[in-house]
Design a binder for this molecule. Structure first.
Ligand code: GLN
Length: 525
């Protein structure tokens, strides 16, 4: 018999992108900082098996866990707010659920039964929630249910949640977040919220809490109206409004008395919330530091590089500087605009679009002594920039130009035969050996670190001798053969580092990642 755990289901109404992930993360932060062993889980309705094949420019960043899962960007919020590392079981996409049910059907696991959405698919969802509980050893799991209540594709996930409450193995509560728009007259309109709660009720789910998402704090009249129409007492209705900084949400909820109500509902008494972020967030930030993140233009904007922008912010808070980071489109980049920035960052990426602009930006940073941080693709492009500057004309990565005369970035033989796209990269936490007498070693003050990777291509060892005129290869993989980071021979440059891994996934508000911290430190001088 499974132990009784507590499950908090977070549903969304009216629109997507209301900040359900941030709400789930903030609840997890509140619970953990009150001494409880809480974790988050995200269940997405898509037919994708994981986020690895989703275009980040449509869907936002692909977040990589230490155990090598390519997850939804909200996993990053969970890690940053809960100050824990996630495991792959904390992210479930419906593609994986269907895949598993259909494989079981082929194996005859269902013993000749008719295989149906209910119970077979919903059972699979419930089993995956149990697995997440086991893997995380959580006493409380905050489950963010992706999509919007009323979507066809969300039905089965909602029904699995309903069944879990009805079965009573775990104690379950429901928190519904929905939009309350403020119209031009300043009036708060609760009708869309009312409809979304009615839809939820029609699925057999009664929300215990309602969180209204609006541009300003929700007025008492709206609370009373929502309470009356939705049968939720008004003191269980809270407000999540536009904030200058997402990390303020836990304390905004606390100030409204949310914590006490939540603890009581979960059956806890005498819990004390330790607001560990208060000092960092309440400081008056000093001078402005402008960072150019030179990436591809994308419909999802900064979300395509969410962890990078968050990591920059974390370092700013710990250095008492006001980091203002812009995403510059590398395809249309005007190199002169880089003058106005204190540092240049080229993030990860794939494919050939926009790379020449990124290479120009790297060249600008190297020649003009601008602090530079290159992450994954950003590092590979810095190697290409160095090669071209050393006279290797048309040097390139074979990802961009297969017939380049100087393939300074190339696939290793074992990657050359891989045809499957999903899950076929070098993924997750891997050991890196740092070399003595390098800036890199100084930053980490360690001979060995573990960092997260997500890539196929590598620095081609055939060119390292030639490139050593300009670059120092400051670390390798475990075999000692493949280089994983670069810096400059020229020690007068204030900061110029490229790394094959993704430092942005490890950064926390109270524990900024060393590369970001030192990049911002250099940029603020
Ligand atoms: N496209 C490059 C590779 O596959 C870099 C990947 C990345 O930046 N995440 O190696």
């Amino acid at each position: 018999m499974t132990d009784e755990k507590k499950l908090i289901f977070v549903t969304g109404g009216v629109l997507s992108s209301l900040g359900k992930g941030l709400l789930a993360s903030s609840i997890c932060h509140i619970l953990r900082n009150s001494g409880l062993n809480a974790y988050c889980m995200k269940i997405d309705p898509y037919l994708n098996v994981d986020a690895g094949t989703l275009n980040p420019h449509e869907h936002g960043e692909v977040f990589v866990t230490l155990d090598g899962h390519e997850g939804d960007l909200d996993l990053g919020n969970y890690e940053r707010f809960s100050e824990t590392n996630s495991v792959r079981e904390q992210n479930l996409m419906m593609g994986e659920v269907y895949f598993s049910v259909l494989s079981k059907e082929r194996k005859g696991v269902f013993l000749g039964k008719t295989v149906q959405l209910i119970p077979h698919v919903t059972n699979e969802i419930k089993e995956r929630i149990e697995t997440a509980l086991e893997k995380t050893k959580a006493e409380i799991l905050v489950l963010e249910l992706g999509g919007t209540v009323g979507d066809i594709e969300s039905e089965l996930v909602l029904d699995a949640a309903r069944q879990m409450k009805y079965e009573g193995i775990h104690s379950c509560i429901f928190i519904h977040l929905a939009l309350v728009p403020v119209i031009i007259t300043g009036e708060e309109k609760t009708k869309p919220m009312q409809h979304s709660v009615k839809t939820l009720l029609s699925k057999g789910i009664v929300p215990d809490f309602i969180i209204a998402r609006s541009s300003k704090p929700l007025g008492i009249k709206s609370k009373e109206k929502i309470g009356l129409m939705c049968s939720v007492p008004k003191d269980f209705i809270f407000s999540s409004y536009d904030l200058p900084n997402v990390y303020l949400l836990p304390s905004v909820l606390k100030e409204q008395g949310f914590n006490d109500k939540l603890f009581k509902k979960l059956g806890y008494s005498n819990l004390e919330f330790n607001d560990s972020w208060a000092d960092l967030l309440s400081q008056k930030l000093g001078k402005k530091v402008k960072i150019a993140v030179v990436g591809k233009y994308s419909a999802s904007g900064k979300d395509a590089y969410m962890s990078v922008f968050e990591a920059l912010k974390h370092s700013g808070y710990n250095l008492n500087v006001d980091v203002s980071a812009d995403l510059l489109d590398s395809e249309t980049l005007d190199i002169n605009s880089l003058k106005d920035y204190d540092g240049i960052l080229v993030p990860g990426g794939f494919g050939s679009r926009g790379v020449e602009g990124m290479i120009k930006a790297i060249n600008y940073a190297r020649i003009n002594n601008k602090p530079f941080l290159g992450i994954c693709y950003g590092m590979q492009l810095a190697v290409i920039e160095a090669a071209r500057s050393l006279g290797l004309k048309n040097a390139n990565s074979t990802e961009i130009d297969e017939s380049t005369p100087y393939p300074v970035i190339d696939l290793l033989p074992e990657q050359k035969d891989v045809t499957q796209k999903g899950g076929s990269m070098r993924l997750g936490g891997k050991k890196i050996l740092l070399k003595d007498n390098t800036v890199f070693m100084d930053l980490y003050d360690s001979k060995e670190i573990t960092k997260r990777f997500r890539h196929r291509f590598e620095i081609n060892p055939d060119f390292t001798n030639q490139l050593s005129k300009l670059l120092v290869f400051s670390s390798t993989d475990e075999t000692g053969k493949i280089n994983k980071s670069i810096e400059l021979q020229d020690k007068s440059h204030p900061f110029f580092i490229g790394v094959q891994f993704h430092p942005e996934f490890d950064s926390r508000l109270t524990n900024p990642e060393p590369l970001f911290f030192n990049f911002i430190k250099a940029a603020s001088k």
